[in-house]
Design a protein around this ligand. Structure first.
Ligand code: J2J
Length: 539
């Protein structure tokens, strides 16, 4: 079991309960309730498959019995790596029903990342589909079990299970399912896109996460008549919780799964299913804006487009209503907690120029200088956050906890923002060294560590370079050790190490030396800033 969540001091927890934010609800509990209330309403649409709430719940119970029969126990952590398929939902709600704890990996993750999640979470199981986007996840499962033998059970939720367990679709009545867990327990571990080293694991409780989802529903007008399109990967925190598929299921609405976020895949689904709301990262929103005027598909059902994950420019934001005919909602959130939205009835200027304001009246937001002192409103500073759905610690990572939280429990977001009148925030950039590549966060340090393992790399520094389409792209500056390895060969070598494709540097620049100060000493952060400045000057 993950030890009881003691991260919110009792006085805070009491307040959040008294104010009705934490309602004592669990994931399995709310889905069971919806299945009783609206058994025949469509919960999940995946291609030609339509699962009612009753069917989804039955599948979740069947999966739960399958996990238990195989030997997993309540409290076990289970890495889930599934794309936008209906089985994501039966697989994950099955874990909730069995009192187990999903660890959400993205389909793009490869052995290096999956092994890290499994170790850090001390996972006992792994749930996959046989294939996705042409990739063989069973081969990845074999590699994982060779590297992390504690992962005893692999479940193939869709496709041919081969030597692994198939995820049952019929309930084995001989297996008793456990009683419901406590809503203050950790429900799952989400992946952080932080700046330093490997991803951290984010423990979210039933109470805190469900609050952020149902409160988002009210802000985004998600009700049981809504149809939510999951265009981004379902395991990502944004399409999961803002208000996301969890918000939509909580509302008793319909969740439509798109195999890809491209207009080719999404536009026909919007027309066919009369989709009312979806969320995109800025590069995809730009692609949709480009494709919409020429499309033969009827997009008129779309009421709200959420855009977040990276900064959306005011110029693009202004085009959403005229081109797509819906209201834009900017969303600035993070898997660690705090989520901000522009409101549906905000003035146009606020919607196009800000990244919104927090969900909760009890979100505490501070904007401080380098020394931690509050800066005046309107001045840029570091964003710190504390509140009823913002974590107070990472899972199993003392070093990260010491860095990421203040003594009084504020999460250091790493974002540089300006606080505007009315509590609105405008994101200015990042203090740390990560690259926000189309909403995917890449830690410079993590990629540098990979590069440094190459025998012909003497030193490496990864920087972000502004990119019209991606927002930022990654550029690796390399000092070779002897003969240059060649950019293509180096990229191929990185892929071979088993990392997500989005982390492979977009560009590689070989150089003789990195500029240093007169004193000869320079921090990595400063070095990266200099390399970026020198690169941009040359352009
Ligand atoms: C600028 N930067 C943004 C925005 C996130 C909703 C929406 C997004 C995420 C997410 C999420 C931004 N403008 N509108 O979890 O529930 C950058 C910030 C932030 C980091 C968090 C959600 N929206 N960002 O993107 O955990 O730097 O969550 O700290 O992946 O993305 O990344 P992540």
């Amino acid at each position: 079991m993950i030890p009881p969540q003691q991260s919110w001091p009792e006085a805070f927890a009491r307040r959040y309960r008294e104010k009705g934010y934490w309602r004592g609800e669990t994931f399995a509990g709310f889905l069971r309730q919806r299945a009783e209330q609206r058994p025949d309403a469509v919960a999940i649409v995946d291609g030609e498959r339509r699962w009612s709430y009753a069917a989804l719940w039955a599948r979740a119970e069947a999966a739960a019995a399958g996990y238990l029969r195989a030997g997993l126990r309540p409290g076990d952590r289970v890495v889930v790596q599934l794309g936008n398929v209906a089985e994501f939902f039966s697989g994950v709600f099955g874990l909730f029903r069995a009192g187990m704890i999903p660890v959400y990996a993205l389909p793009a993750h490869r052995i290096t990342e999956i092994a890290h999640f499994a170790r850090r979470a001390e996972a006992a199981g792994y749930v996959i589909a046989e294939r996705g986007d042409g990739f063989d996840y069973r081969a990845l499962a074999r590699a994982l079990q060779a590297e992390v033998p504690a992962v005893r059970h692999v479940f193939v939720a869709a496709g041919d299970a081969g030597e692994f367990h198939a995820l049952p679709v019929e309930r084995d009545e001989a297996i008793a399912l456990p009683a419901e867990v406590s809503s203050s327990d950790v429900a799952f571990l989400q992946i952080s896109g932080g700046s330093t080293g490997l991803s951290k694991l984010i423990p979210r409780t039933h109470d805190d996460y469900l609050y952020s989802c149902w409160a988002s529903n009210a802000i985004c007008n998600v009700t049981e008549r809504s149809v939510f399109l999951v265009a981004l990967p379902a395991a990502h925190n944004f399409p999961m919780s803002s208000p996301g598929h969890i918000g939509a299921l909580h509302a008793g609405a319909t969740v439509v799964l798109s195999p890809s976020p491209s207009p080719d895949a999404a536009f026909p689904l919007i027309e066919r299913e009369r989709v009312t709301i979806t969320g995109l990262v800025p590069p995809l929103a730009l692609l949709w804006l480009q494709a919409a005027p020429g499309t033969r598909h009827d997009l008129s059902s779309l009421e709200v487009l959420l855009v977040g994950g990276a900064k959306f420019t005011p110029e693009a934001a202004r085009r959403v209503r005229p081109v797509l005919g819906c209201t834009l909602q900017q969303v600035f959130g993070m898997a660690e907690g705090l989520v901000n939205y522009t409101r549906l009835d905000d003035p146009e200027e606020t919607i196009t120029h800000t990244q919104g304001r927090p969900i909760s009246p009890d979100d505490e937001v501070l904007v401080v200088d380098d020394l931690g002192n509050p800066v005046p409103e309107g001045q840029p500073g570091h964003l710190l956050a504390r509140g009823p759905y913002t974590i107070r610690r990472y899972h199993n990572d003392d070093a990260a906890n010491a860095r990421a939280f203040t003594a009084d429990g504020f999460y250091r977001t790493g974002d540089i923002v300006r606080h505007l009148p009315g509590g609105y925030l405008e994101v200015q950039g990042r203090a740390g060294d990560h690259i926000n590549r189309a909403g995917e966060k890449i830690s410079a340090e993590e990629i540098e560590d990979h590069l440094l393992a190459h025998p012909r790399v003497f030193d490496a520094a990864i920087v972000s370079i502004p990119d019209d389409y991606l927002g930022e792209r990654s550029c690796a500056f390399i000092i070779p050790d002897g003969e240059k390895p060649g950019a293509a060969a180096l990229k191929a070598w990185m892929r071979q190490r088993g990392i997500a494709e989005f982390k492979v540097p977009d560009q590689i620049v070989f150089t003789e030396a990195f500029a240093t100060t007169a004193a000869g000493k320079v921090s990595r952060k400063e070095l990266r800033a200099r390399l970026r400045a020198a690169f941009l000057e040359q352009q």
